[in-house]
Design a binder for this molecule. Structure first.
Ligand code: NYM
Length: 212
């Protein structure tokens, strides 16, 4: 219908600790929305396919060392290099399901001890999500799931600090979903809140910028 064709897509971000289940839920949400006939793409940050992304990937796998500030700015630059494409996709009606965004940037870097406001600064002017879903799990439960891949940051003590940083970022506009529920329940919940958000965007909700 006309509404579907002429209106913009929604920018939907999933956030959470490592092993919270974001990546599988993003995949499920993508296929659900595709099945319903929506134009939708699944994105993730860091986007390891770009030049900056390859530097980040090498840092995360401990193949290179970088100053904490420098890697923080690279994560941010990795979002900036995708900003115009992101806006073009949204304006052409495509909904984006994004696995991690600026909130991960702030949560992980400030967990290392970097100043919270300093961490937020390079994100100013990036597109603000229409919906942020926080997949909530305790660091202990996440660690029990095993399969920490051995990348930098994937350790219980550090994840506890990341959880504290996320708590400072969460505001009333976020939707928190209990990440320990059965996978199908999480999926159903995500589908509902996502569809609500897509409808709002179709009705003309305007795209805004960080930090609102
Ligand atoms: N991460 C991710 C950051 O430290 N800053 C960021 O801006 C982003 C987007 O990278 N442990 C961290 C969180 C993860 C790691 O992400 C890689 P993933 O989702 O495991 O590929």
């Amino acid at each position: 219908n006309d509404l579907k064709r002429d209106s913009r897509g929604a920018l939907i971000v999933l956030e959470g600790l490592d092993r919270c289940g974001k990546t599988s839920q993003c995949a499920r949400l993508l296929s659900t929305l595709e099945g319903l006939g929506y134009s939708v793409e699944s994105w993730r940050f860091p986007d390891r396919t770009t030049g900056v992304g390859r530097m980040i990937s090498s840092y995360l796998s401990n193949q290179s060392q970088l100053d904490d500030h420098a890697i923080h700015l690279l994560f941010s630059a990795n979002r900036w290099e995708k900003r115009s494409l992101m806006e073009a996709k949204l304006m052409s009606g495509t909904t984006l399901i994004v696995d991690r965004y600026s909130y991960s940037g702030v949560a992980f870097s400030s967990a290392k001890g970097l100043d919270f406001q300093w961490c937020k600064a390079p994100e100013v002017g990036l597109l603000a999500p229409d919906l942020v879903v926080y997949l909530d799990i305790s660091p202990e439960k996440a660690a029990e799931r095993g399969g920490y891949g051995g990348e930098r940051y994937e350790q219980l003590e550090f994840q506890k600090k990341v959880a504290e940083s996320y708590k400072k970022l969460i505001d009333t506009s976020w939707k928190t979903v209990d990440a320990t529920l059965p996978i199908e329940d999480i999926e159903k919940h995500l589908k509902e809140i996502t569809l609500e958000c897509i409808v709002e965007c179709q009705k003309g909700k305007s795209l805004s910028q960080l930090w609102p």
